[in-house]
Structure formats: C-alpha cells, structure tokens
Design a protein around this ligand. Sequence first.
Ligand SMILES: [Zn+2]
Length: 370
Amino acid sequence: MKRTFASLADGREIVYYDESDHAEHVLVDPRDLPETTTRSEIRYDAALDEWVAMASHRQGRTHLPPSDECPLCPSTETRHTEIPSPSYDVVVFENRFPSFATSVADVTPLSTDAGPDLLVRQPGHGRCEVVCFTSDHSSSFSQLSPARVRTVIEAWVDRTIALAALPHVEQVFCFENRGEEIGVTLAHPHGQIYGYPFVTPRSRQMLDSARRYRERTWRNLFADLLAAEQADGSRIVTRSELWTAFVPAAARWPMEVHLYPNRHVADLPGLTDEERDDFAEIYLDVLRRFDALYESPMPYIAGWHQAPVRIDRDLAYLHLELFSVRRAAGKLKYLAGSESGMGAFINDVLPEQAAAMLREVRPPFELGRR
Ligand SMILES: [Zn+2]
C-alpha cells in the first residue's frame, strides 16, 4: 500500500491510500477556497456528567447534491471536487464542516455566577475526517472487494494512530452511516473518523461496567461476553477461526450484529495481518446478508469500539457494532418516548429471530470464503 500526503486549497490535510505502489496524485488543489473558521465548542451537561458538542457552522453543509455535483467523486478537467486527483482507491481528508477541529476559535466562559462546575463551555478541539471507500459513486461498502476492504482497514489503522497523537484527542471513532434513512447527506460510499476531546458517554459506560466486572471476577467483561455467545450459539450469524459475528442477547435495534476478534485486542492497530484479512471477508459476508434481507439496501450505522487513547486501555476490547433502524420491509424504527426520553430501548425483534434471518438469507452473490 502506498500513502500520499497533500493539502487542499484551504490548508486541510488529504491522504491517499493506494493498492498500487506506482499510484500518482495531483498534489495541488486548484480551487479558490476561503479559509473556514470552525466555531465548534463543547458544553458540559452536569446532570448527565457528559459533554455535548455544538457545531452551528455545520448547518450550511452540502445536503444530498445530485450525483454530478458530488464533492467526493474524483476531480475532472471541468469540475473540481474535494479530491483533486482524477482517480483514487481510498482517500481520507479533513471535513470542511467539522464538529471538532485542531484549530478552533476560543470561547468565552459562560456565566459562572451559578457555580464554576455547572455551566462549562470549552473549544471543540479534536478532528473530523472523511474516508472515501471507492471512487465509484454508485457502489457501496458491501460491493467492495476484500482487497479494497483491506486498504480501508489500513487507512483506519493509520488514522487511529495519527489522531491519537494529536493534542486533546482522547478517543478515535471510525464509523459509517449508510442510507438516507440514517440521515446521510452524501450518497457516495464514505465513512468518517472522529477524534473526540473526551471519552464518549457510551464508551465510558461500557468501560465502567468492565471495571466493575474485573473487580468482581478478575476477568475481561467483553472476552467473557464473546465466550458466552459462542457457547450458546443461538445468536451467532457467522464465525471464522479469527472472528465471530453475533446478534447480542440484549440487542437494542431490530437488526444488530457485533463483530469481535476471537483474540483480545485493544484497538485497530493491534490487529495482525491475518486478522485484518479475515475481517474483510467476514464483514463483507455480514453486510451482504444485511443488504439481501429486504427489497432495498439496508440503512445502517457501523462503528468501531476501540480503547481510548490514554485511559482504561486494558479494559477495552476492539469490536465493530453494526445496526439498522429497519424493522421490516418498508418500516423503520424511530427513537420515540422511551428510547429518546429515557434511554430505555424496546426492541420489536427477538435477537434469536434476527440471527436466524441473517443465517438463512442468501446474499445475491456469494463471496469466496476460505
Ligand atoms: Zn460521488
């Protein structure tokens, strides 16, 4: 794999990841882009002990442009996009409308009359990047070749290391939102990478559970959960020597699959070459099953849970969580009163039933599993 670093017209970084060592790229962005100022900030919610990001400058971002105006397609002679080169395999660049950035405007403190720890705001330091999985606008992750997925994994690993080295970044999250139903604003196959200036609420809750479990048992919570699912077997979707894909016993979403490496690994850089190769195959298998369930492609969110940059690295266990809001053909699950108001999920589909559906479905084209 070959990496090529360049800058966009407004100074943002762009990195090409190519499968051929001979790939050449356009290193100069000919556009006349004004410098943007990122007015992102984080505010502390003392009631929940959580940070919330405010990014009002994102309201003006591109929303579902027609395919001939896609900013993620390669540039042509007549049209300049976010990617100056005429072709690419995988490319990563800083988001023009980020929720977090390395240089953000300073913020004045909120009124402290109420007490110094109650109304707190800070600049939204961090980083937001876009990852294009292919230059083919009408493709999808599930249609990538295993070799291309492998290149995407290398990009995730590389950016995890790069973002973790930035000041302020406490957690790196690689994820993909797919489908208009999820709120995707660009149809081109792409994902995102966030470098958060805090450990996210969900990760903190999971790591706190893992800490309590370890104090009780001296064992790793996630390793034991994986072993329990493997021993039970009724919710396994597919497994290989190195990975297991299962619907969790207490799934929240109508379709939800977790993919764990069978070996305890803290983060993406910790995966061996064999684990990366095998993930490409098993993940494509699961995604193709997702897409084959209903008459139209499944909207989904896929996100990597990996160890935070500085704390609780020994408690974490790398895994990917994939889930969909589709609960039946043409029907979506909405987060309503119980879920949005109270955080108490009610799932309409039994996890054992979801696992059976995913095991039985026949993907339209078979993947050459070894
Ligand atoms: Zn495109």
